[in-house]
Design a protein around this ligand. Structure first.
Ligand code: DGL
Length: 263
């Protein structure tokens, strides 16, 4: 079992921000990353569509020998992680916007959350808000269009900056001292967020927390690999010529990208 890979997926390149944390925490593990670029963005899809996409990707990854699955996408986690857990025989680890650490670390008691519309409208998100926001004001901001800019590799373009200004200014005007990145694409624009929000704002990304949870789950199930240098496979349901350049840029290395279409 310990030789099998860990399957990681997102709608596109966003989950690479999580994959990087997994790679540095678990260097012995073989990883298989699936970018469901043909169905990107997930953020405005219906719950049914998200479940269908997630089950399709999970099936591909299990056929590649995944011993555990990381849903490196907040939107898909909210819509489908519990279905994957019900239907699959492997541990499934999902994302959650870091509202809890933001609330605990906020001196002013005002926190902002950036996320997709799908995440924000989910039941899971409503429960999270109920649990952690009793004594703190949490301002929630959907960010339509931002994922598409990141998928286009526009990490510092004028368009990306003006979108982020539009989404961050209402939060900053209300005095937030922490901004939660509730979408795995957003860590790639942290430099721009920092530039707009200033040095004193806490930026909360849960990528490393998910890598830690994965490590814990592998330990519980006796699935961890403890030697050798793990290899990484990259797959996409989209056009490899379009997806590869931005993937390479965000991953920071040349990579081989395999096309894997829906049947
Ligand atoms: N990166 C994903 C998330 O964390 C999905 C973004 C999208 O495709 O809209 O929510």
């Amino acid at each position: 079992m310990a030789q099998q890979c860990i399957g990681v997926f997102d709608s596109g390149v966003g989950g690479l921000s999580v994959l990087a944390h997994i790679r540095s925490r678990l260097p012995h593990e073989d990883l298989c990353y699936f970018a469901d670029s043909a169905h990107m963005p997930y953020g405005n899809k219906s719950v049914d569509e998200l479940r269908k996409c997630s089950l399709f990707v999970a099936d591909v990854l299990l056929k590649r020998g995944a011993k555990a699955l990381v849903v490196a996408c907040n939107t898909a986690t909210a819509a489908a992680a519990h279905i994957l857990r019900e239907q699959l025989d492997v541990p499934v680890i999902g994302m959650e916007p870091g509202i809890k650490p933001a609330v605990h670390g906020s001196a002013r008691g005002v926190v902002g959350v950036l996320a997709t519309s799908g995440t924000i409208s989910s039941e899971k998100f409503a429960l999270l808000m109920q649990r952690f926001t009793e004594h703190v004001e949490v301002i929630v901001q959907p960010c339509p269009g931002l994922v598409e800019r990141i998928e286009a590799g526009e990490l510092g373009s004028g368009k990306t900056r003006s979108l982020l200004e539009q989404y961050l200014h209402p939060l900053l005007n209300r005095g937030v001292d922490a901004v939660v990145l509730g979408c795995t694409h957003y860590p790639f624009v942290i430099p721009l967020i920092r530039d707009i929000a200033g040095p004193d704002i806490q930026i909360i990304d849960t990528g490393d927390a998910i890598a830690r949870e994965l490590e814990r789950q592998l330990g519980i199930h006796g699935l961890g690999a403890s030697e050798g240098c793990g290899n990484i496979q990259f797959l996409t349901s989209g056009e490899t010529e379009t997806v590869r350049p931005v993937m390479q840029r965000l991953w920071g290395h040349a990579l081989t990208l395999e096309s894997c279409q829906a049947d």
